[in-house]
Design a protein around this ligand. Structure first.
Ligand code: A3P
Ligand code: MG
Length: 421
């Protein structure tokens, strides 16, 4: 551990503790005074003068080509599990163990799609509920660490969200197809960020064709070939794939001056006797189409590795095991990709993404949200909206269907005892 506290590494392949210079801020200010109201929407403001100069946020890449921001090594502060019926447990019962694949695998990813697949109902919007359950169940533990630093907000963190929401923010400067909506609520000094499904994404979901549905199954089936339920067990490819089941890590870290607490699903962990502590023992599993041409390799680097890097870098998961599949869904090779080496893998690629742009955009977005959202009230939602080639805008909603902090959470956090949820 160095004099700055938690362990940090060097950018851009890993975590570091550089401070941005004041010049960076002066030379590229992505927050504009221009204001683009949504049409026919709810109240559009900022109501307070302090926020009047910060109404939209640009996502132009050039604005974020600065030094890599401080990103502390993420620390796992807990974990939770969701069972086959999506019930929450404040423990690691759903953890799975990584089992090395054979050198020449022949994993049939289509196997079991018709008869051994239980698909999670993705029409049910769980919002932040599982994380909130975890926070309530661990309230005293979290709050006791705050007592040591009395100037911190009640929970000791500035932002609570899902890792997946942060992944979307990291990739926003490079995203050309899908926009997003993020609801933000300030409650007891902590800002909660919860995604809202866009109409375009809802239509994609309900109109998803059969081939696409089956391909979504393939990623989960690949996990089944490489994961054992028990530390000394073997994978069971004859079993049922149930996508309700999940093991989630909860990590704490800091991006510049934003203290973050977020959770993300983890595929499996290293079970070797020398495995490091979480999150460094975790392994992310991915599938991708077989790479046969230089163009395919270039596209893999420019588009897929961006998403893979962002997802695993955020919680400090150090490696991905990728399965490469042929068009019939047969995995014929695997490769381990170390997150810290991704920046080297992409460095000869022209017109490629940059980790620093991703992290700086996320950081500026969080600053923007914290400047805009001033009213500490669980019944108020600021809805941040982004579409490709546009700036980020927002609207304000009071007592609306966008409210996402449930009464049991608000009451549980306000009372001295913990809630049964
Ligand atoms: P692949 O990553 O191999 O494509 P994750 O990799 O995040 O652990 O997700 C596991 C699998 O869920 C994915 O495996 C993919 O099959 C499916 N999946 C996750 N997000 C998806 C999305 N947005 N669209 C389609 N499938 C998705
Ligand atoms: Mg995965």
């Amino acid at each position: 551990m160095d004099k700055h506290g938690p362990k940090v590494h060097r950018p851009p392949s890993s975590y570091q503790n550089h401070k941005r210079t004041s010049n960076d801020t002066l030379s590229a200010n992505p927050v504009h005074k221009s204001f683009r109201p949504n049409q026919g929407g709810p109240t559009l403001c900022p109501p307070e003068s302090s926020a009047s100069s910060r109404q939209t946020l640009s996502t132009m890449r050039q604005l974020y080509e600065k030094d890599f921001p401080v990103y502390k090594q993420p620390v796992e502060v807990g974990s939770f599990s969701l069972d086959s019926e999506r019930r929450f447990f404040n423990d690691a019962r759903q953890i799975r163990y990584y089992v090395e694949p054979p050198p020449r695998p022949k994993f049939d990813l289509r196997d079991g799609y018709k008869d051994r697949f239980v698909k999670r109902d993705d029409g049910v919007k769980e919002k932040l509920d599982h994380i909130l359950r975890w926070i309530l169940a661990n309230k005293s533990k979290l709050q006791s660490s705050v007592a040591a630093a009395s100037s911190s907000p009640a929970l000791g963190v500035d932002i609570v969200t899902w890792r997946g929401h942060l992944t979307k923010l990291l990739t926003t400067p490079y995203e050309t197809r899908e926009g997003w909506l993020l609801a933000a609520t300030l409650f007891r000094g902590t800002l909660y960020l919860s995604e809202v499904e866009t109409e375009a994404s809802r239509l994609d979901r309900v109109n998803c064709n059969e081939r696409h549905q089956e391909m979504m199954y393939w990623g989960y089936k690949f996990e089944q070939y490489l994961c054992a339920d028990d530390i000394k067990g073997s994978p069971n490819p004859g079993g049922v794939v149930n996508t309700n089941e999940a093991f989630c890590t909860v990590v704490q870290t800091k991006l510049a001056d934003h203290k973050l607490l977020f959770s993300g699903e983890v595929d499996c962990r290293d079970r070797g006797p020398k495995a490091p502590a979480a999150p460094a023992c975790y392994v992310e599993l991915k599938t991708s189409a077989e790479i046969c041409t230089p163009k395919q390799r270039s596209n893999f680097h420019r588009f897929k590795l961006l998403k893979w890097w962002a997802q695993s870098f955020l919680p400090g998961v150090p490696r991905i095991v990728a399965g490469f599949r042929d068009p019939d869904g047969l995995v014929i090779g695997t490769e381990t990709i170390h997150i810290s080496k991704i920046s080297h893998l992409i460095k000869n690629e022209s017109n490629c993404w940059k980790p620093t742009v991703c992290m700086n955009f996320c950081c500026e977005f969080l600053s923007f949200v914290r400047t805009v959202v001033r009213e500490d009230n669980p019944r108020v939602v600021h809805l941040f909206s982004w579409d490709p080639h546009q700036d980020v805008t927002y609207s304000v909603h009071r007592d609306s269907t966008y409210c996402f902090l449930p009464p049991w959470y608000v009451e549980g956090m306000t009372s001295s005892s913990t809630s049964p949820h």
